[in-house]
Design a protein around this ligand. Structure first.
Ligand code: SF4
Length: 424
């Protein structure tokens, strides 16, 4: 794709219009051609063939040919223009407000075996832990004091957390802090379970789709973990009335720009309220240990593109982005992200919830250091606010005064928060 076509793409994306089939991948190839931060290991083709055979899929005949990249100077100019437009779109809808969520990693015990994940069941080296309900509530109490109004309970698929136990915990949080939102991120469960947890008071659910390409999904997951089930879970979450979060890694093994195009089109169909996008980062005790991390620049391009196409979505500047680049969080915000998720888990748990190598859990990533985070974000021109930060569609007409944050929190039955500046 040449420079003029890239500029046309920017206009189209800014108007929230999906370009024709193939244009998204060509655009990514043109302005963010680097997929990975290093060479792919020699054993990758054999691994790929083995995984496809396990899933009963034939190896693909045609090898993928990426589109033409622009000269780096032009590519950088397109990326800069894309980030600027995404930033403006976020400012239109949210002002310079950044929402924070207190992340509580409730358990690193998991029955699943995603090949990219450091806490997969097969990793005998992981030091396992599970927080008790009392410990989880203590994290919330501490977080509330610090100014958090959303708690994200995230964990592996730990069967100790039955519907009854989890519903009890959600109910206790909502009873103690009725002005707070509860987000769950506990993986695939039956529809009935999602329904019950919603009735118990859970407001939101994060379940990354990981890749919208079923063949790519089969390379990242063992055969018993199916793409079909992941899709069904996401549909079920939407049907239950959760503010639903999907998302994907950028630069996961065997990902092509065709896969990324499918991700964008899938998200435009699903219309999730939240989208988590971070670079793939390898973990030493997984089958993908020798694969390179995903590119930060390409990750930022995907964040910006989703901001333009899903302008009201809540987009975190992810921990993975902060891990891959020291200024990753700030660059994420400057590319259109509007959410941060500092870690409220007890220190010992944080060190053990190692999804990938060198995962940040200290410094500005730790909820106790929110003052440091606030200063860093302020230096970028943004303010962390005390707010549930619910999804707000805005309606047909702009729902806010020019430059003011959106005030229509119609999705929630709870009173809109005061929107104070975060006091952590
Ligand atoms: S990504 Fe989630 S479901 Fe998969 S192994 Fe890790 S914790 Fe378990």
């Amino acid at each position: 794709m040449d420079m003029q076509h890239c500029l046309d793409m920017l206009d189209m994306l800014s108007e929230g219009r999906l370009p024709e089939e193939g244009a998204i991948s060509s655009f990514i190839d043109a302005c963010a051609p680097e997929a990975f931060s290093g060479p792919v290991p020699e054993e990758a083709p054999d691994m790929e063939a083995g995984y496809l055979a396990e899933a009963g899929l034939a190896p693909s005949q045609a090898s993928y040919v990426p589109g033409e990249p622009l000269p780096e100077e032009d590519a950088a100019a397109i990326r800069a223009a894309l980030f600027e437009r995404a930033r403006k779109k976020a400012l239109e809808h949210f002002g310079n407000r950044i929402y924070v969520r207190g992340l509580i990693e409730i358990s690193n015990i998991c029955r699943q075996n995603c090949r990219y994940c450091g806490i997969r069941a097969a990793n005998a080296g992981a030091q396992r832990y599970r927080l008790s309900p009392a410990e989880i509530l203590a994290c919330c109490a501490h977080g509330y004091e610090l100014g958090f109004r959303t708690f994200v309970l995230q964990g592996g698929e730990d069967i100790w957390f039955t519907d009854e136990r989890l519903a009890g915990i959600v109910g206790s949080i909502k009873a103690s802090w009725p002005d707070c939102a509860v987000t769950l991120s506990v993986g695939e469960r039956p529809l009935e379970s999602y329904r019950l947890l919603r009735r118990a008071g859970a407001d939101r659910f994060l379940l990354r789709h990981e890749t919208a390409d079923p063949v790519h999904y089969a390379k990242l997951h063992p055969a018993r973990q199916t793409w079909k089930n992941r899709m069904a879970c996401l549909e079920a979450l939407k049907a239950c009335g959760y503010q639903t979060g999907a998302g994907f890694m950028v630069g996961s093994p065997w990902q092509t720009t065709d896969c990324l195009e499918k991700d964008v089109r899938f998200l435009c169909r699903l219309q999730p309220e939240m989208v988590g996008i971070g670079p793939f980062i390898p973990h030493a005790d997984t089958p993908f240990a020798h694969f390179p991390a995903g590119s930060v620049e390409r990750t930022l391009v995907m964040v910006a593109m989703i901001r333009l196409l899903l302008p009201f979505s809540l987009l975190p500047a992810t921990t993975a982005l902060g891990t891959a680049a020291g200024d990753g969080r700030e660059r994420g915000i400057l590319a259109g992200a509007n959410v941060l998720m500092p870690n409220l888990s007890p220190r010992e748990a944080r060190a053990r919830y190692r999804l990938y190598d060198n995962k940040l859990s200290e410094g500005a990533e730790c909820a106790d250091n929110v003052a440091e985070l606030r200063e860093r974000i302020r230096a970028t021109g943004y303010e962390i606010v005390v707010d549930r930060g619910d999804f707000c569609r805005g309606g047909e007409t702009p729902c806010q005064e020019e430059g003011a944050p959106c005030a229509d929190a119609a999705q929630t039955e709870f009173p809109a928060s005061e929107g104070d500046v975060f006091h952590g």
